[in-house]
Design a protein around this ligand. Structure first.
Ligand code: ZN
Ligand code: ZN
Length: 108
């Protein structure tokens, strides 16, 4: 393990390093290191993190939208299915009604 006080900033060769980036394992001065979400990162790693986070949320949004689309299709499918079932149920009951009205019990 190297001593932090003997390290120099990755960007500023003559400046003393104050922190080490946990992502790229390089040393940085007070100016080059930034705090983000309770994590101390260098500027380049912070940009990388923000970009991947944005991509992740974008991908999630796309997935969410796809889920909504399929949910809508499913609801439409179920509605049409029941609508078709109702339509199919009408003629059979009507037929049964006429059969009973025609008087099958009279023998004709
Ligand atoms: Zn870094
Ligand atoms: Zn620096």
């Amino acid at each position: 393990m190297q001593d932090l006080t003997q390290q120099r900033c990755h960007h500023h060769k003559f400046r003393e390093a104050v922190a080490r980036c946990p992502e790229c394992r390089r040393f940085f001065c007070r100016e080059c290191i930034t705090e983000h979400a309770d994590k101390v990162l260098c500027a380049s790693c912070l940009g990388k993190n923000l970009r991947t986070g944005a991509e992740r949320s974008h991908r999630f949004q796309w997935f969410f939208r796809l889920g909504h689309f399929f949910m809508g299709v499913m609801i439409l499918y179920i509605l049409f299915y029941y609508f078709a079932q109702i339509l199919l149920a009408f003629p059979s009951s009507f037929h049964e009604g006429t059969l009973w009205q025609s008087g099958w019990w009279t023998g004709s």
